[in-house]
Design a protein around this ligand. Structure first.
Ligand SMILES: CC(C)C(=O)C(=O)O
Length: 283
């Protein structure tokens, strides 16, 4: 079975107006009812930088217990990690680690030299309490002019594995990679480390979304991420937000390839409509 992660956190984080907590919770509950099993749903980050996620604790507490499902929140520093460790219902934290020094500073306000020790500390702190996913951003190229090559990606994955990080998703935060680059990078990673615990968090315009997802699958990846209606993008990446892979487009393709996600496909049009409605109201 493929692991499909729905990312309302990524969808909502750049919205300018605050989505009332009850509306967030209602949407997340609808996702659970439709059969989504893996949600990246909030972040424990400073409300000064991402005011949309100021209600992270309340949102989590209002959800049904995970019961085998994944409820993930992004954390970017020690303070966020402390909040995550105290939060109700959380199962996983996700840490954004970039291959790009420039983006790491833009996104987490700290350079790579200090970010790697944080990953190590995080892996120890969550042990036996929460799962840890490291999102390796700018894994498919570097739009800021920092050095990048496939060897750097392989080296970073090896270093993470040596720190005991089993779950690593390669992220194209800026949406710079084409299908060929995705196949090349993920192919090299899967060839060296196997598909277990290797994910792809891609960003794309709607018309190129399936081609990119397919490239990841061809490379052997069995963990994909996206967001309904293709909403989202990192507000700290650049001027243009390139959205997530649209879930309502991907899941029927996956099902047709025999890769079931457990989601009731008949609910996707209404859920995508709701995601678009939230964007129209709050983006
Ligand atoms: C934190 C990661 C998953 C992210 O949102 C991105 O790189 O787009």
């Amino acid at each position: 079975m493929i692991r499909y992660v729905e990312c309302p956190r990524d969808a909502w984080q750049g919205f300018r107006r605050f989505i009332p907590t009850e509306e967030k919770v209602a949407f997340l509950k609808a996702l659970l009812e439709a059969g989504f099993r893996h949600l990246d749903l909030t972040s424990f980050v400073s409300p000064k930088w991402v005011p949309q996620m100021a209600d992270a604790e309340e949102v989590l507490a209002a959800l049904p217990p995970p019961q085998g499902r994944t409820y993930l929140a992004i954390v970017a520093n020690e303070k966020g990690l402390e909040r995550a460790l105290r939060a109700k219902n959380l199962t996983h934290v996700g840490y954004p680690l970039s291959l790009s020094e420039t983006f790491q500073r833009r996104n987490t306000n700290r350079g790579l030299e200090k970010s790697w020790p944080l990953v190590e500390a995080m892996a120890k702190a969550v042990e036996g309490r929460l799962g840890l996913v490291v999102y390796l951003s700018m894994a498919f190229g570097n739009p800021y002019g920092d050095p990048w090559d496939v060897g750097m990606v392989l080296e970073a994955v090896a270093r993470l594995r040596a720190l005991g990080v089993g779950e690593i998703a390669l992220a194209d935060t800026y949406g710079v990679a084409d299908a060929g680059r995705i196949r090349e990078v993920l192919g090299a990673v899967v060839e060296r480390f196997g598909p277990e615990g290797i994910g792809a968090h891609l960003h794309a315009r709607r018309e190129e979304a399936w081609e990119k997802a397919e490239a990841a699958l061809e490379a052997g990846v069995l963990w994909l991420e996206g967001a309904l209606a293709g909403v989202g993008g990192c507000p700290f990446a650049g001027d243009e937000l390139v959205g997530n892979l649209p879930t309502e487009l991907l899941l029927p393709h996956l099902e047709a390839r025999g890769l079931a996600t457990g989601v009731d496909l008949s609910r996707l049009p209404a859920l995508a409509g709701e995601a678009a409605r939230l964007r129209a109201l709050y983006a």
